[in-house]
Design a protein around this ligand. Structure first.
Ligand SMILES: Cc1ncc(COP(=O)(O)O)c(C=O)c1O
Length: 406
């Protein structure tokens, strides 16, 4: 049988109709905005979990390290930390959610990843594992307190038992680096009383731990919005994620202007004329009430384009024009109504790029149309979508650095 192709083609060479652009110029700008509200001694942990919110964990973390302004990286799973180490990232990495199983402890030791202790039983499992695998040092630990989020974390009342275990001479070689908690509603002015109560419980927990251990810990409770809205709770470190992408306009009243760092585009694969009364797509949901020009773009719900946007609920940007989706979003395609786009020849539109969100179509508006939040939208953009990084001082006509988020 003859080979189908005379050479092996690298996947990077293949055409890819949809692209997520990540603009490091905008991210640098946003980082500087955060630095401006922090004291010079407050450290920054950048959350790069969930593939850095969909932006690409290795590239974003390498950028973070190269800025020289980020002190820590935060991931959820040990396997995410391993990716960082394999990409040559040397910053300290905090791992939020290890299970009490050997492979996680072994991975932390092997790759110098710093696990979070969020329960007494997890600490006991670690001690048990250390006794069975006593091969020298183990990375720093972090303590997670539950102060009202009611997700992972220790209760204040559990601290004496935690301290008793840690003071056992076998654990003397273990170092606790930080203690932290997570505010449930740091973005919501109506919940500021609750946030204050959380912070006060956190302060008591931190001082009990420092007293019990006899040495100072890094203390942190603020995420991006907490950092902007509650400067009195910056303590020694803040943990920021979404704010660096400028992904939410709700940040603006506090820190105008953050810049949008992420945009999503796709390509028109085919255009077709349809007669008044025709229907578009599955279940004939899209009805055209005039002779129309329809564009088929190569992105669908398998790529993270939510079905909520179909049937006129969402829009894309093309040729300085906002045009609606028509018909339901399919798995690999979506249809848009190009009738009002003025072009001399409709074939000019074929292979044209459309913006799904970015500088003209606001990501927060798109997320609202999908009945979700920006973070869910961007972190679920599929792996078929190519990630393109705009390096600092490089610009493209698709995302012009300097455009505010609005
Ligand atoms: C524990 C923890 N800290 C910090 C963050 C960062 O939050 P944000 O992206 O809002 O800055 C997150 C994100 O969900 C988190 O889970």
């Amino acid at each position: 049988m003859r080979p189908l192709c005379t050479r092996l083609i690298d996947t990077d060479e293949c055409s890819c109709p949809s692209t997520m652009y990540i603009d490091f110029n905008a991210m640098r700008h946003n980082l500087e905005k955060f630095q401006n509200v922090l004291s010079s001694t407050t450290k920054i942990m950048m959350m790069v979990k969930a593939s850095a919110y969909g932006a690409g964990i290795e590239q974003i973390s390498q950028w973070a390290e190269n800025t020289g302004k980020i002190d820590y990286l935060g991931v959820v799973y040990a396997v995410e930390g391993v990716k960082l180490r394999k990409a040559g990232v040397t910053l300290p990495v905090m791992v939020i959610n290890i299970y009490g199983i050997d492979i996680d402890f072994e991975t932390c030791r092997m790759y110098n990843l710093e696990p979070v202790i969020y329960s007494i039983s997890l600490l006991k499992q670690l001690v048990h594992w250390l006794k069975e695998n006593d091969q020298g040092t183990f990375p720093n630990l972090h303590i997670k307190m539950n102060t009202g989020m009611n997700r992972l974390g220790l209760e204040f009342e559990e601290l004496p038992e935690l301290l008793a275990i840690l003071s056992d001479c076998f654990c003397c070689s273990l170092t606790v680096k930080s203690i932290y908690s997570h505010a449930a509603a740091s973005d919501d002015p109506q919940e500021d009383r609750y946030t204050n109560e959380q912070a006060n419980l956190f302060i008591s927990s931190a001082s009990a731990m420092e007293q019990g251990l006899g040495y100072p810990l890094l203390k942190h409770i603020c995420n991006s919005m907490g950092t902007l809205r509650h400067p009195q709770f910056h303590f020694d470190m803040v943990r920021i994620g979404g704010g660096l992408y400028g992904a939410a306009t709700c940040f603006l009243p506090y820190l105008a202007p953050l810049l949008t760092a992420i945009s999503l585009t796709s390509t028109i694969t085919q255009v077709r004329r349809v007669k008044k009364g025709s229907t578009i797509g599955y279940n004939r949901r899209g009805l055209v009430n005039r002779d129309s020009l329809i564009g088929i773009i190569s992105i669908g719900y398998a790529d993270g384009l939510k079905r909520h946007l179909g049937n006129g609920h969402g829009h894309v940007w093309i040729h300085n024009c906002r045009v609606p989706f028509i018909g339901s979003i399919c798995m690999d395609y979506a249809m848009i109504d190009l009738t009002d786009v003025s072009v001399e020849n409709e074939h000019e539109l074929q292979n044209e790029s459309v913006e799904i969100f970015g500088h003209h179509i606001n990501i927060e508006e798109v997320a609202k149309q999908c009945d979700t939040i920006v973070f869910e939208f961007i972190s679920t953009i599929g792996q078929r979508v190519r990630r393109v990084y705009i390096n600092e001082n490089q610009s493209t006509n698709l995302t012009s650095p300097g455009d505010p988020v609005v």
